[in-house]
Design a protein around this ligand. Structure first.
Ligand code: NAP
Length: 244
C-alpha cells in the first residue's frame, strides 16, 4: 500500500518539487494550494502520470478551519496520512521602521501558526498509526542576520524551535519531526529580490550558485524515507556554504 503525503503550498516552487519527488518515491500525494488552482492541477496530473494517486485541495494554511477540512478530506480520500511537508510560506522583507503590521500578521499567521495547525492535524492522525514523518521547511535566514529580514527570520527561527520540541513530544508515538533550512533556491520567491541584492548574495555563497528546488526535494524525500529512521528534531541546512 502506498504511503500518503500532504505537501502544503505544492502548486509551485519547492513544494511542487517535493510533491513530485515523494510521488517518484511511491507515495500518493495531497497537493495543497491557496490560489494557484491551475498550477496545482498540473502537479496532480504529473503525479498521476507517474502512476501514483494525487488530489489537489485548496486551503489557506493560516486558517485553522480550512486546515481541519484539508486533513479531513485527505483522510477521507486515502484513509491514512503518513507524511506532512509543511512548506507553504511567505517572505515580505522590510526594515523595522518600515514594518507594516498587516504584513507582520500575515507572516506570523502563515509561516508560524499555519505550521502549528498542520502539525497538530497530522499528529492527530499519526498518533493512531504510531508512525509518521513531518518535515518543516525552514530557511537559512533562521541562522543568519540579514538586514531587512527580521520578520522572516523570526518566523523561521520559530519553525526550528517547534521542530525540536515537537520531535521530543512526538517521538514516543513513532512520529519524527525534522526540518530543512534551504539557502537561496531559484524560485519565484527569490525572483522577487532585486537584482543588485541577488548579486550580493551570490558573492557570499561559497559554491557560487543558487540551489535548485530538486536539491531541496531530495533532502526532504530522505527525511520522509527509511533512510532517516534514527533522525529527529534536526534542522538540515542546505545553502551551498552561505552560513559558514
Ligand atoms: P513560492 O515559489 O513563493 O511558493 C509558495 C507556495 O506556498 C505556493 O504554492 C503558494 O500557493 C503557497 N502558499 C502561500 N501562502 C499560502 C497559504 N496561506 N496557504 C496555502 N498555501 C500557501 O515559494 P518557495 O520559494 O517555493 O518557498 C517554499 C518554502 O520554502 C517557504 O516556506 C519558504 O520560506 C521556504 N524557503 C524558500 C527559499 C527560496 O530560496 N526560495 C529559501 C529558504 C526557504 P498558491 O500559489 O496557491 O497561493
Amino acid at each position: 500500500m502506498s504511503k500518503t503525503a500532504i505537501v502544503t503550498g505544492a502548486s509551485r516552487g519547492i513544494g511542487k518539487a517535493c510533491a513530485l519527488r515523494l510521488a517518484k518515491a511511491g507515495m500518493d500525494v495531497v497537493v495543497n494550494y491557496n490560489s494557484s488552482e491551475e498550477e496545482a492541477m498540473k502537479v496532480v496530473d504529473a503525479i498521476k502520470e507517474m502512476g501514483q494517486e494525487a488530489v489537489a485541495i485548496k486551503a489557506n494554511v493560516s486558517d485553522r478551519k480550512e486546515v481541519g477540512t484539508l486533513f479531513r478530506e485527505a483522510f477521507k480520500q486515502f484513509g491514512h496520512i503518513d507524511v506532512l511537508v509543511n512548506n507553504a510560506g511567505v517572505v515580505d522583507d522590510a526594515y523595522l521602521l518600515m514594518l507594516n503590521m498587516d504584513s507582520l500578521d500575515r507572516s506570523m499567521d502563515i509561516n508560524v501558526k499555519g505550521y502549528f495547525y498542520c502539525c497538530q492535524q497530522a499528529a492527530l492522525k499519526m498518533f493512531k498509526q504510531k508512525s509518521g514523518k513531518i518535515v518543516n521547511v525552514s530557511s537559512v535566514s533562521s541562522k543568519l542576520a540579514l538586514a531587512g529580514q527580521s520578520v522572516y527570520s523570526a518566523t523561521k527561527g520559530a519553525v526550528n524551535s517547534m521542530t525540536a520540541t515537537l520531535a521530543k513530544e512526538l517521538a514516543p508515538y513513532g512520529i519524527q519531526v525534522n526540518a530543512v533550512a534551504p539557502g537561496f533556491i531559484g524560485t519565484e520567491m527569490i525572483e522577487a529580490i532585486p537584482e543588485e541584492k541577488k548579486a550580493e548574495y551570490l558573492k557570499n555563497i561559497p559554491m557560487g550558485r543558487l540551489g535548485t528546488v530538486e536539491e531541496v526535494a531530495e533532502v526532504v524525500n530522505m527525511l520522509c524515507s527509511d533512510a532517516s529512521s534514527y533522525i529527529t528534531g534536526q534542522v538540515i541546512v542546505m545553502d551551498g556554504g552561505l552560513s559558514l
